[in-house]
Design a protein around this ligand. Structure first.
Ligand code: GDP
Ligand code: IMO
Ligand code: MG
Length: 428
């Protein structure tokens, strides 16, 4: 049993797509286990840049089988567009496997996501408005529509009618939006069904039998630890379990199948959308991070909020995911700084916290306690070996590692596959 989970250790966009693509050739399967097209994972190789939202980031390798498992939610239009874009770029998705238990993001989920954000006003979550929250709501309420429902048109029509009865009542009465027509939806979705149903499989059965046969499986997390519905900065989170545990419930493999858990964190930290952010930089340094790091969302194009690396968060991610390895990305971006700060603790109401406070109101009042280290003030984007990094960069990484309590076994110094320093990472 050789399962590895790759998980975001911050608020998403840590560079999971790049690292998944980097290590994917060591695996037989790459599996998305939660989230939907709120994710935007960028993979860069030579002239090719792929912004993947649903298809797992191992897609560039013909020998790797991509799987979208039961914990995911799928927008069929986005899926088909992604499949076509990949085909045009020369990447076949013929081997893609999709769970029949994955829920479908229907048009009313997208409408409800947008309308509820408008209603929240100043306290909006800042969702991607891709319908993620309402789809998971309906899954939990047991009136969602699943991929397997596409296989039976009559059942599909009945489920659409039942779901729309309440969704339209809410859309029209509560939000004063237009109702959605069930017949039009059914015609459109049953036509798309002809293209997507060939991918439907019992992915839990597939993954368990392949793991038992000694195949290697990489579970690719979306979003990040602090966006997890249970362990994140609730309510400013997404609606799924992005943490390593999600790979278990989101695929149907047992916990003992997972041997390694790789957390990915930036050398600094970013967040898209609303919510507390203790180390946020509202100054020229933050603006420079946006500019040099290209910190604009892959999915919505929104500017990402930037701040100093927060080791309280990385340590928390190490705990709730059980990280065995840490990958630090975007180290190259900090080359413009003569001094770099790391948050080592929070001060809240005169008390020091080295772990994330459990309460939202405490976190909102957290004042970061910083340690300052000298910067390297040079371009490190072509460095290939750890010992060739400037001493200041090595000291910085070793301090991050010490504070997180997890070995840094991969360091990323640029978006390309080759711009990576391996420091002891071993795929199983
Ligand atoms: P993901 O959602 O975690 O896969 O991350 P995104 O793809 O949304 O955002 C990460 C961005 O940083 C992408 O544009 C990547 O191409 C880029 N990137 C990844 N690693 C590095 C790195 O080490 N240095 C730089 N400069 N860019 C990187
Ligand atoms: P990847 O996989 C960064 C954020 C949204 C919002 C909150 C809830 O690329 O790291 P949702 O649409 O999920 O209901 O929005 O979560 N969010 C992300 N932020 N990266 C992502 O994915 C995200 N997916 C959702 O901005 O704050
Ligand atoms: Mg992203």
């Amino acid at each position: 049993m050789a399962g590895t989970v790759l998980v975001g250790a911050q608020w998403g966009d840590e560079g999971k797509g790049k690292i998944t693509d980097l290590i994917a050739p060591d695996f037989d399967y790459v599996v998305r286990y939660q989230g939907g097209n709120n994710a935007g994972h960028t993979v860069v190789h030579g002239d090719i840049t792929l912004a993947l939202h649903l298809v797992p980031s191992g897609i560039m390798y013909p020998q790797v089988i991509p799987v979208i498992a039961n914990g995911c939610v799928l927008d069929l239009k986005v899926l088909l567009k992604e499949i076509d874009t990949l085909a045009a770029a020369g990447f076949s998705t013929d081997r893609l496997q999709i769970s029949g238990n994955a829920h479908i993001i229907m048009p009313w989920h997208i409408a409800l996501d947008g309308a509820s954000e408008i209603q929240r006003g100043a306290s909006e979550i800042g969702t991607t408005r891709r319908g993620i929250g309402p789809t998971y709501e309906h899954k939990a309420a047991r009136n969602g529509i699943r991929m397997q429902d596409l296989l039976d048109p009559n059942l599909f029509r009945a489920k659409v009618a039942a779901s729309l009865e309440t969704a339209n009542a809410i859309l029209t009465n509560l939000y004063e939006e237009e109702p959605i027509d069930a017949d039009m939806v059914c015609a459109e979705y049953l036509e798309m069904a002809t293209r997507v149903t060939p991918y439907i499989t019992d992915t839990a059965l597939l993954l368990n039998s392949e793991l038992a046969a000694g195949r290697k499986v990489l579970f690719e997390g979306a979003q990040g630890t602090l966006l997890d519905i249970d362990h994140g900065t609730y309510p400013y989170v997404t609606s799924s379990n992005c943490t390593a545990g999600g790979a278990i419930t989101g695929t149907g493999v047992g916990p003992m199948a997972v041997k390694k858990i790789l957390g990915v964190a930036k050398a600094y930290i970013t967040r898209v959308g609303s919510g507390p952010f203790p180390t946020e930089l509202d100054d020229d340094i933050g603006a420079k991070m946006v500019e040099i790091g290209g910190e604009f969302g892959t999915t919505t194009g929104r500017m990402r909020r930037c701040g100093w690396h927060d080791s309280v968060i990385t340590r928390y991610a190490a705990m709730v995911n059980g990280l065995t390895d840490l990958c630090i990305t975007k180290l190259d971006v900090l080359g413009f700084l003569d001094k770099i700060k790391i948050c080592v603790a929070y001060e809240i109401d005169g008390q020091s916290y080295t772990t994330l406070p459990g309460s939202q109101s405490l976190l909102e009042r957290a004042v970061p306690v910083y340690e300052e280290m000298p910067g390297w003030e040079t371009d490190i984007s072509a460095v290939k070996r750890y010992e060739d990094l400037p001493i200041e960069a090595r000291n910085y990484l070793e301090r991050l590692e010490e504070l997180a309590g997890v070995p840094v076994t991969i360091v990323s110094v640029g978006p390309e596959r080759g711009q990576t320093i391996m420091r002891g990472w071993q795929s199983l």
